[in-house]
Design a protein around this ligand. Structure first.
Ligand SMILES: [Zn+2]
Length: 197
């Protein structure tokens, strides 16, 4: 039962990401799918809004910018702060930059889970290397998986990432057992309500 719910959430989340629309500077996409205690998150941001350019880094300064951005986006806790009462922890996080093939970081937090193999295959099915060819544009893309001990208490999720993104609007797609909702967040408004009623 649990696996089915997660598989459904995964496919829903992926579908949303694909339908999220064109690469628009100043606008990122944040897709969240909550099933049981598992929260799956996909984030994509135009590289122009993260590091200020969308080509492979050309000097040490640009390499450092990309490295710093990957480090920041590679930590789920830098991106999201779920309501503490829900007791959520990051169990998996990965980030990829379309700026350079070598810049992929992935961290599995060692949570023994029967879903691990399925997630692994999923990642391979969605290799984003082809993003290099999209008209000279590039994105940062990150995925996070959280586990919440008390998902019923997850009334909101803060998005501290927005405080680091100057004027970027995040288009949010939220899917839970109760339904789906679209939202839009931009600093100083950084709190996403999980209430779908
Ligand atoms: Zn672009």
């Amino acid at each position: 039962m649990r696996r089915l719910a997660i598989a459904m959430a995964l496919s829903t989340s992926v579908g949303l990401a694909q339908a999220a629309g064109p690469h628009v500077h100043g606008q990122g996409n944040l897709d969240l799918a909550m099933a049981g205690g598992t929260l799956l998150v996909e984030l994509s941001l135009p590289a122009a809004d993260v590091v200020g350019f969308e080509h492979a880094p050309r000097d040490d300064d640009q390499k450092a910018l990309v490295k710093d951005a990957l480090a920041r986006l590679g930590k789920g806790t830098n991106v999201l702060e779920p309501a503490p009462a829900a007791a959520c922890k990051v169990t998996r996080e990965s980030v990829h930059s379309g700026l350079s093939d070598s810049e992929t970081e992935e961290h599995d937090h060692g949570e023994e889970s029967p879903d691990h193999d399925a997630d692994h295959d999923h990642d391979h099915d969605h290799d984003h290397d082809h993003d290099h060819d999209h008209g000279g544009h590039a994105d940062f893309e990150a995925r996070y998986r959280w586990h919440c001990d008390h998902p019923e208490k997850l009334e909101w999720i803060d998005v501290p990432l927005l405080e680091f993104l100057n004027g970027v609007t995040l288009k949010v797609q939220l899917v839970t057992d109760q339904g789906a909702r679209a939202d839009s967040l931009k600093a100083p408004r950084t709190r996403l309500s999980m209430d779908l009623r």
